[in-house]
Design a protein around this ligand. Structure first.
Ligand SMILES: [Zn+2]
Length: 460
């Protein structure tokens, strides 16, 4: 959104135009269950009533919104906007985890999504979308947009752009956009949303060149399809993963070893209160650990009432029921000293969302002697050092860090870590697809179904 505003203001300045920017609403939330109808109706009504008076519409959306009544929240909004504003250019910035649906493409003038994961190019994508829309409004750009998906659900843990295959795919996307098109996006999708069109898709915008747009789209879909096996996640047991961190601790290298509690990432819908990875860390007696974090506002209140330096035995986490799973987490009984109480506010200094304000809610550190457990009152994924430094913990000096994250932690922690160990705990973004029932996604789809190389043809 900041990138969009910046680009529009710059364009207005360069072309001596007077442009008024109206912001009807800016709203977001850590994902969880479907958005309530009440919240969705309020948000889209606010947008639609402002849009009627505008010459152009720029939307900074996510792209995988499921509401109580609509599997494609963004598509529903765009359809209504297009119906009420048939001739107004609409530009949309999206997340790489967009599950692209026909209503989104058919009712927007142009769309583009992030090309990095962790998402460190959000500002640039906003700028590119806004710049292209300014050219539709004031110059001769005639956007031609095509899209398609292919029957694959890339695993989120295999989507990071620091690694193959998505690194190479996104490099090719950037190259094609630079050379041959206005906007090119390869959306890796968000499998856990389980809607009909979940999964990998491509959208291409050219300047009035349908054939070129289709050629770029088909090349990218074929490249992604060829890499489908590399997008499959190989899981390990929790016990063996935590044991491996102890072995890694004696190897060469500096910096903390990260134990990644990736089944319970709040930005993928996790409750952030599952305790299984922390329990195993305590059971295997790892020392010099800082753990971020356990969401438990009730426990925080009890500890705040006790005050700093008090010794306490308390059950933390395991309180929120996860409807999608049979397996549930359990509260973890821990004993330690309350060593820090904070209001939980800090400003992001790392490359993802730099300058934005984070609010963990009232936050407490409970120190068991071996593990500093950070207990928070609002859901925050740890992708910035501020999660620790704002509480007086220097993550570089710890031997182990436990993080509830999947890929975004890499934005800052990858550079400082000695190694990363992915730990299979419990949580709604489980990497064990046997724990989930996919009801709505189109079938057959890889890797839920066996598909050979002939099972997908672009001609279909
Ligand atoms: Zn994303």
């Amino acid at each position: 959104m900041a990138g969009m505003i910046d680009a529009v203001e710059s364009y207005a300045g360069q072309h001596a135009l007077e442009i008024e920017i109206i912001t009807p609403i800016a709203a977001g939330a850590p994902p969880s269950g479907p958005v309530s109808d009440e919240a969705f109706d309020y948000i889209i009504s606010t947008i639609c009533s402002s849009a009627r008076n505008c010459d152009a519409i720029l939307l900074d959306l996510h792209g995988a919104m499921v509401t109580k009544s609509h599997d494609d929240g963004e598509g529903f909004l765009l359809k209504r906007l297009r119906k009420e504003n048939p001739n107004t250019p609409i530009g949309v910035g999206l997340d790489m985890h967009t599950n692209l649906c026909p209503d989104m493409v058919e009712n927007a003038t142009l769309i583009a999504g992030y090309q990095t994961y962790p998402h460190i190019d959000t500002f640039e994508v906003g700028k590119r979308v806004a710049n292209a829309l300014m050219k539709v409004l004031f110059e001769d750009l005639k956007p031609t947009m095509v899209w398609n998906n292919c029957p694959m659900l890339p695993h989120v843990m295999r989507q990071g752009t620091d690694d193959a295959p998505n690194k190479q795919l996104q490099n090719r996307v950037a190259e094609l956009e630079e050379k041959d098109a206005i906007l090119v996006t390869l959306f890796t999708g968000f499998p856990h949303a389980d809607i009909y069109n979940a999964g990998l898709s491509v959208a291409v915008v050219t300047d009035n060149d349908q054939a070129k747009a289709e050629k770029i789209r088909d090349e990218l879909l074929q490249l992604a399809w060829q890499e489908r096996e590399a997008f499959v996640y190989q899981k390990q047991t929790l016990e063996s993963s935590v044991l491996r961190t102890l072995q890694t601790a004696n190897s060469d290298g500096t910096g903390p070893i990260i134990l990644l509690d990736h089944y319970d990432n709040t930005a993928s819908g996790g409750t952030m209160d599952t305790t299984e990875v922390l329990r195993e860390i305590l059971r295997q007696e790892l020392e010099d650990v800082a753990a971020f974090g356990i969401y438990d506002p009730e426990a925080v209140q009890v500890m705040v009432a006790k005050g700093i330096s008090t010794e306490i035995e308390i059950a933390i986490g395991g309180k929120l029921h996860m409807d999608a799973l049979e397996v549930q987490s359990k509260p973890l009984l821990v004993k330690g000293y309350i060593t820090h109480i904070s209001d939980g506010h800090f400003t992001v200094t790392g490359p993802m969302g730099r300058g934005t304000h984070m609010n963990m809610g009232q936050t407490v550190i409970l120190d068991t002697g071996r593990v500093q457990i950070i207990i928070i009152s609002r859901h925050i994924e740890p992708f910035d050092l501020g999660c620790f430094t704002s509480l007086g913990i220097d993550p570089l000096k710890k031997q182990f860090l436990m993080l509830k994250s999947r890929i975004h932690y890499r934005a800052t922690f990858l550079k400082i870590a000695k190694s990363i160990v992915e730990c299979a705990g419990v949580g709604v973004c489980t990497s064990d697809y046997d724990q989930l029932e996919f009801k709505k996604v189109r079938r057959p789809i890889f890797p839920l179904d066996t598909l050979d190389s002939h099972s997908f043809s672009l001609a279909d």
